[in-house]
Write a protein of this length. Structure first.
Length: 233
């Protein structure tokens, strides 16, 4: 985390991606540690507005992301995944103002709407698809590591990616000299799901029957005998 923070001082907070393929709980922990580092360096205010679903709160200066659509009254909605920065906190009314990235539009949230915000220092790989930054710091090696996740992690940064491997994810036998080998093995495995459209449609068994077979014999009704062919004279 210290290396991530050093990079943010060099490139700017928006230009350094902290990416993980871990669980949401692990990503929450990474976000809390990033927030703690920024607070220690005087980049955030000391006071915060707590959130109910996670163990951290929101502070002025924090980078945040919306985790659900937000529909302000008589204004365009804010889409899920939109990121921004908390530029003001009103502790008296329990309100925060988020300035959205790109548009500089300001959104004020309070009450239950605050629960749709999460810290956005660390992001899951699926939240980072399509992003381009100067540098990236990747925390990987868990059970979700795969060929697809490794590609996303390795292709976000213009000027370099730093990889961090958790030893507890790859083995703790002594110095675990094979942990990099374990990582490459996981990165070679694909978790891609094959769409159903790629499979050939199974033939309809009814249409595969020989039309000359399985035809029921035609028996004349006893009350309506069939005419017999005229014999040759």
């Amino acid at each position: 985390m210290q290396h991530w923070h050093t990079l943010t001082q060099q490139h700017g907070i928006r230009e350094v991606a902290l990416i993980a393929d871990a669980s949401n709980q692990e990503i929450d922990r990474l976000n809390a540690r990033a927030q703690h580092l920024r607070t220690q360096h005087g980049e955030l205010t000391e006071h915060e507005i707590p959130l109910q679903a996670v163990h951290y709160g929101l502070r002025q200066g924090d980078r945040v992301a919306f985790t659900a659509q937000h529909r302000p009254p008589q204004a365009p909605r804010v889409e899920n995944g939109t990121r921004g920065q908390i530029t003001n906190i009103d502790h008296e009314h329990n309100q925060v103002t988020v300035t959205l990235d790109g548009s500089d539009r300001q959104i004020t949230l309070t009450g239950d709407d605050l629960e749709n915000l999460r810290l956005a220092y660390a992001q899951h790989i699926y939240r980072q698809q399509g992003a381009t930054v100067d540098r990236a710091v990747v925390v990987t090696g868990g059970w979700q590591t795969s060929k697809e996740s490794a590609y996303v992690e390795a292709s976000r940064a213009r000027h370099g990616t730093d990889w961090y491997i958790a030893r507890e994810d790859l083995g703790t036998d002594g110095e675990d000299t094979d942990r990099t080998t374990h990582l490459t093995e996981r990165m070679r495995k694909t978790r891609a799901q094959t769409p159903s459209l790629t499979y050939n449609e199974l033939p309809d068994p009814i249409h595969q029957l020989d039309p000359t077979h399985h035809i029921l014999p035609q028996h004349p009704h006893p009350e309506h005998p069939q005419p017999q062919p005229e014999q040759e004279r």
